[in-house]
Design a protein around this ligand. Structure first.
Ligand code: NCD
Length: 307
């Protein structure tokens, strides 16, 4: 198992199978304890959340997890900060780090930004999303959800659908699944939104995968279908977004064409790709998935703080 105490978590590759299974078990224990009481184990520890791109789930679940463990949270507000006066993101991080938080959760739009500053920052950094590159704690809650729902990860047949080019959740989820046995991923996307070559490079020979353009192209029964949003804010050409928008919608009609409806996951936010009509299916797990994020992040905080 990897020692996470005091460590940065920048990539899904910062974990291994044993560490993940330990975190999932810990998340189960914390779920039971936190349903009835708040803990005091993070008493005197502080987390700084620095989100330089919008966030609901990642930020709130980290904050709630820290508070429920008995720790304190300070949230950096970019709109009213000196970033508006032209201060750089690096200077901002150095200043926050100077106040000695025990963990910094950072979201920034440039790929590999946390990797580029980590030597200058004393506090452990958790990467809450670095542009199109990675979102390792999203993968953590995704794999935790699969582990909880299916009672296994080995042998998984998973479809990952949507914006695989600009989305950061598909790469991180794929990297994390390389730690498990006999997993097969079907990537479902129009040609323009296929997984980037650099991502395929990192999973080649570690996991079996197939790229298709439509859900109907998959013959095997899936265990889980992971739907993602088109990352509108990252499209260089807005007309391309409009053109590709209609390329896939996972509605009841599309799902009913499958031999068996798999569990349906989504990192959220959803926009139009997963209509509300799907929510009533017992297989719809995305709200549960978001809730799971708080417990598994609490487990991660506990390990990083060594408490
Ligand atoms: C994702 C993200 O920020 O990458 N959101 C999240 O953290 N749950 C997915 C998205 O924005 O599409």
């Amino acid at each position: 198992m990897k020692e996470l105490r005091g460590k940065d978590i920048l990539s899904s590759f910062d974990f291994d199978r044993e560490t993940l299974e330990h975190l999932f078990e810990e998340a189960e224990t914390l779920r039971k304890k936190l349903s009835t009481t708040h803990l005091k184990i993070a008493d005197s520890k502080t987390m700084a959340t620095v989100f330089l791109e919008p966030s609901t789930r990642t930020k709130m679940s980290f904050q709630m997890a820290m508070l429920k463990l008995g720790g304190s949270v300070i949230d950096f507000q970019p709109e009213s900060s000196s970033l508006q006066k032209g201060e750089s993101d690096l200077d901002t991080m150095k200043i926050i780090d100077g106040y000695s938080p025990d963990i910094i959760v950072l979201r920034q739009s440039k790929p590999f930004f946390p990797h580029s500053i980590k030597e200058e920052i004393a506090a452990p950094i958790i990467n809450g999303g670095d542009g199109t590159n990675e979102h390792p704690t999203q993968a953590l809650l995704d794999v935790y959800t699969i582990w909880r729902e299916l009672k296994r990860v080995d042998g998984l047949r998973l479809g990952i659908m949507g914006d695989l080019k600009y989305g950061r959740t598909a790469p991180s989820l794929s990297y994390m699944l390389t730690f498990f046995k006999d997993v097969k991923i079907y990537y479902i996307a129009p040609k323009e939104l296929r997984l980037r070559e650099e991502v395929k490079e990192k999973i080649r020979n570690k996991i079996s995968f197939v790229e298709v353009e439509r859900l109907e192209d998959i013959e095997e029964e899936l265990d889980a279908l992971y739907v993602t949003r088109l990352q509108k804010e990252r499209f260089k050409d807005p007309s391309e977004y409009e053109r590709l928008k209609s390329s896939y919608v996972v509605n009841l009609e599309a799902l009913n064409k499958l031999k068996r409806i798999p569990i349906i996951m989504h990192p959220l936010p959803r926009v139009w790709e997963l209509p509300q009509e799907v929510d009533s299916l017992p297989q719809a797990k995305y709200f549960e998935q978001a809730k799971n994020g708080m417990y598994v992040r609490a487990a991660l905080i506990k390990e990083i703080l060594g408490i």
